[in-house]
Design a protein around this ligand. Structure first.
Ligand code: GLU
Length: 374
């Protein structure tokens, strides 16, 4: 399937903002007018029905002056200390800017493990999904104060791409100090702008290496790496200039930018991953009623499960088989094998009484389920 996504038709948009756009680097203060113009763009996206998430840098840039760090290069613990101070200001700035549009800001600080480890991933994803369901705007940053060198995303381009993939966003907007990818450094002679990329070829990766910018931790190389992660997850990514007011409205209005378009939608990419990449670690046998519900596109409830086998943890892939032992679907299970066995055959309303905690109503949610042959 080939399709072309635009920001205005996206259902779930992640917007990544670099430090140099948010913070005036010469004074260390917030660029409030610009931030307000962006907030009005975000409100327009939300009014159009999209979920909006922000990945915002700027904690270190805002905090460093307050702590009196004058040198350009900070030691790891110094940047972590700066982030601890700056994140408070950053969250406040977002709350204020979003409030001008009557939007609710929700601070989410992530470390690498939150997108890389299955259990934590599922938790982070359900929290973010719950926020979106209530109309809030998650404002995400790396939890810089606790993330050590080995467990850092390091740059927010990668963090934004991981977030986009985790929550199946269809669009990632990376606002930068340049308006996209060029064949060489943008100011070099003969440099040409690339408007459209459908595959990260070695040539494209090579261009990114040459056109690095000097602002922020990212540069073009990390942006193209982020594009690869986003495209694999079925999300389109656009690199656009944030040097203008209302940068998203500008892209929608036709401003120059670089689009990276994936070959498949996020749902298709995720289902392919569940169906093909993961080895099932267990088996759930279901009754006829559950079989019918599954083929009608519904979730698998514990009530329809007659047998639980295998060794799986919450979030692992399992096979779903019918009474004749034929595999009919695969999915990511919401309970570990012991708890799944305890609630099998029970109504969802009984889960809390049986397990002593309130988990999900579904054993496998339909978003985490792929029918064989689809
Ligand atoms: N998390 C860092 C901050 O808030 C920014 C990382 C980056 O610039 O990519 O300052």
């Amino acid at each position: 399937m080939s399709f072309e996504l635009k920001i205005e038709t996206a259902k779930r948009v992640v917007v990544k903002i670099g430090s140099a756009l948010l913070v005036d680097m010469s004074t260390g203060t917030l660029r409030e007018d610009w931030l307000n113009s962006l907030a009005s763009d975000l409100a327009a996206l939300k009014a159009g029905g999209a979920d909006v998430l922000i990945v915002s840098s700027g904690a270190i840039a805002l905090g460093r002056r307050v702590l009196g760090f004058k040198q350009t290069r900070l030691k790891l613990e110094e940047s972590q200390a700066a982030a601890a101070v700056g994140q408070v200001a950053l969250a406040h700035a977002w709350q204020k800017a979003l409030d001008t549009q009557k939007l609710i800001a929700a601070q989410v600080l992530l470390t690498l493990n939150d997108t890389e480890e299955r259990r934590r991933y599922l938790n982070a994803r359900s929290t973010i999904t719950a926020l979106l369901a209530r109309g809030a705007v998650p404002v995400i940053n790396e939890n810089d104060t606790v993330a050590t060198t080995e467990i850092r995303y390091g740059d927010n381009d990668r963090l934004a791409a991981r977030v986009a993939s985790m929550i199946s966003a269809d669009c990632l907007v990376v606002l930068s100090d340049v308006d996209g990818l060029y064949t060489k450094a943008p100011d070099a002679e003969g440099a040409q702008h690339i408007g459209h990329v459908t595959e990260i070829t070695p040539a494209i990766a090579g261009m990114a290496g040459q056109s690095a910018t000097d602002v922020g931790t990212g540069g073009m190389e990390t942006k193209v790496k982020a594009a690869r992660i986003a495209m694999e997850a079925g999300a389109a990514m656009v690199i656009a200039s944030g040097r203008v007011h209302n940068p998203i409205a500008q892209v929608i209005g036709g401003a120059r930018c670089t689009w990276f378009q994936p070959g498949a939608s996020p749902q298709a990419a995720r289902k392919r991953w569940i169906a093909g990449t993961l080895d099932p670690l267990g088996r759930l046998t279901v009754d006829d009623g559950a079989f019918k519900a599954l083929t009608a596109g519904r979730s698998l409830l514990p009530a329809g499960v007659v047998r639980v086998e295998g060794r799986f943890a919450k979030g692992d892939a399992v096979a779903i088989v019918n009474g004749a032992n034929e595999e009919i679907a695969r999915g990511l299970v919401a309970y570990d094998v012991e708890d799944a066995a305890k609630i099998a055959g029970r109504k969802s309303a009984e889960i809390e009484a049986v397990l002593g905690y309130r988990g999900r109503d579904e054993l496998i949610h339909r978003d985490d389920l792929v029918l064989k042959g689809t």
